[in-house]
Design a protein around this ligand. Structure first.
Ligand code: FAD
Length: 467
């Protein structure tokens, strides 16, 4: 049986883009139908942000126990990682959040339909699942997210080659792992495995890790990673993966000195994600894809070329971050409500959960200089921060970029303790056009890592007090 439904707003995909848009629309009195083919919460909650951060925490505990003497404690014997229990803990966190979303859907009277959505035409979507539906909607938001990209390296389909999704459910901890890709996902996993005591190699094609961050920051994380014993191979191209006679992974890679072999128990391919349009029959909607032919093309109001169809999140291929997807969802709903909001990307924070963490927001030093802007840069080291020392985390620094003409702080990058939390204050400052003075005259509590922001702002004028 085919059930027919009509709704004000149909949202396809219940990741951080789709489910947040659904709540926001429902709070604004729209009748909302949300279709999800898999688990609520999308990539972020099931195989992305949340599970990786649960593993980051378990790995941090393992690292601290192994270095208990640094905190004045003696731990007898070897710390044994029970990966099965680590994965179970991760699943517990994830499941608790999924129930939270289920609760919010009910509370906001959102009609959730489980099944695969496919366009029939501009206004109609068919859903195939336990029950089948034909849904007619006034407005549609496509929030189908992304999937793991495939690359044509011979041997990628060998059983010991993991991707981020399979790695997150694997209950065996390898003795050694080679990670292909020194981007965000690759580097987060590199520290996770290292802190669990695994031998880790990272192979990166570019000449540096984390090419999206300031070069000083990527140099610093490379130094720290190497100090921790992570082996970094930049400027290296993986040619093939083979299995040795005893079942180990043998990677052949090439750098400017020639060809090399790397042997490890497992390989983690962390080579990127691309928009997921599988089974969506997007061509029947008349929606145009972007120039790369991969994501859905949208304007600043998140509208596609079809005026009542919007797209948000990873499927637009603009920025692959959960909070961007959520905010784009709110902008799309505002436009459906005729509020004419536009998406503004100049102060989107970006966090990388390495150890220490990395976070940045606004314009970087290089970008500002390339644009010919009159800027100055200040720097303050965590070694001069009392709280960081109590945490045994003296590594890292903060860098601020100031527009000399307006005195406004326009960018900031942090590598150091609590960077993921500190970036919120900096984002507030940058998004609201705070000047150097507005930061220096603000009182920051002591002892907190947040004081590095104050110190870096002082560094533009009289100089930081503790450096
Ligand atoms: P998704 O979360 O991908 O959700 C899309 C949903 O649509 C899925 O549930 C899918 O099943 C459903 N769907 C697809 N097609 C259909 C269809 N035809 N019918 C019905 N349903 C459909 N971002 C951060 O901001 N911070 C992090 O720390 C972070 N860590 C990450 C770690 C990893 C390992 C990975 C892989 C990603 C990470 N990300 C992180 C990125 C983040 O997960 C994504 O940017 C975010 O999930 C995008 O949200 P979305 O709503 O656009 O799509």
């Amino acid at each position: 049986v085919l059930k027919e439904l009509s709704t004000d707003l149909l949202i396809i995909g219940a990741g951080p883009g789709g489910y947040v848009a659904a709540i926001y629309a429902a709070k604004n009195k729209l009748k909302v139908t949300l279709v999800e083919k898999s688990e609520m919460g999308g990539t972020c909650l099931n195989v992305g942000c949340i599970p990786t951060k649960a593993l980051v925490k378990s790995a941090e505990v393992c690292h601290n126990l192994n270095h208990a003497s640094l905190f004045g404690m003696e731990v007898e014997g070897k710390i044994a990682v029970n990966m099965k229990q680590v994965i179970e803990r991760k699943d517990k966190v994830k499941n608790r959040l999924i129930s939270g979303i289920d609760f919010l859907m009910k509370k906001n009277d959102i009609n959730v339909i489980k099944g695969q959505a496919a366009f029939v035409n501009q206004d109609t979507v068919a859903v195939t699942g336990n029950e089948n539906f034909i849904i007619k909607a006034n407005d549609i938001i496509v929030a189908t997210g992304s999937k793991i990209s495939k690359i044509a390296i011979p041997g990628m389909d060998l059983p010991f080659v993991w991707n981020s999704t399979t790695a997150l459910s694997n209950t065996e901890l390898p003795k050694s792992i080679s990670i292909i890709g020194g981007g965000v996902i690759g580097m987060e996993f590199a520290f996770i495995y290292k802190n669990f005591g695994v031998e880790v190699h990272v192979i990166e094609f570019m000449d540096r890790l984390l090419t999206m961050v300031d070069r000083d920051i990527s140099n610093e994380i490379q130094n720290i990673a190497e100090e921790e014993g992570i082996k970094i191979h930049t400027g290296s191209k993986v040619m093939k993966i083979q299995s040795s006679v005893d079942g180990k992974a043998v990677i052949t890679y090439e750098d400017k000195t020639g060809e090399h072999l790397l042997v490890s128990d497992n390989v983690l391919a962390a080579i990127g994600r691309e928009p997921d349009l599988d089974g969506l029959s997007i061509e029947k909607s008349g929606v145009t894809l972007n120039s790369k032919g991969k994501g859905i093309q949208v304007d600043a109001s998140m509208r596609t070329n079809i005026s009542h169809i919007y797209a948000i999140g990873d499927v637009t291929n603009i920025i692959q971050l959960a909070h961007v997807a959520s905010h784009q969802g709110i902008v799309a709903v505002d436009n459906i409500l005729k509020k004419q909001e536009v998406m503004e990307y100049s102060s989107v924070p970006n966090v990388i959960f390495t150890v220490p963490e990395i976070a940045s927001v606004g314009i970087g030093e290089k970008e500002a200089k390339e644009k010919g802007m009159n800027v100055s840069v200040s720097k303050f080291s965590f070694a001069g921060n009392g709280k960081a020392l109590t945490m045994n985390e003296p590594r890292g620094f903060i860098k601020l970029v100031k527009n000399n003409e307006t005195s406004k702080i326009i960018g900031g990058s942090i590598i150091g303790a609590d960077a993921s939390a500190l970036i919120s204050s900096l984002t507030l400052a940058i998004a609201n056009g705070f000047t150097e003075k507005e930061i220096t005259k603000t009182i920051f509590s002591h002892p907190t890592t947040g004081e590095v922001i104050h110190e870096a702002a002082l560094e533009f004028g009289i100089g930081a007090l503790h450096q």
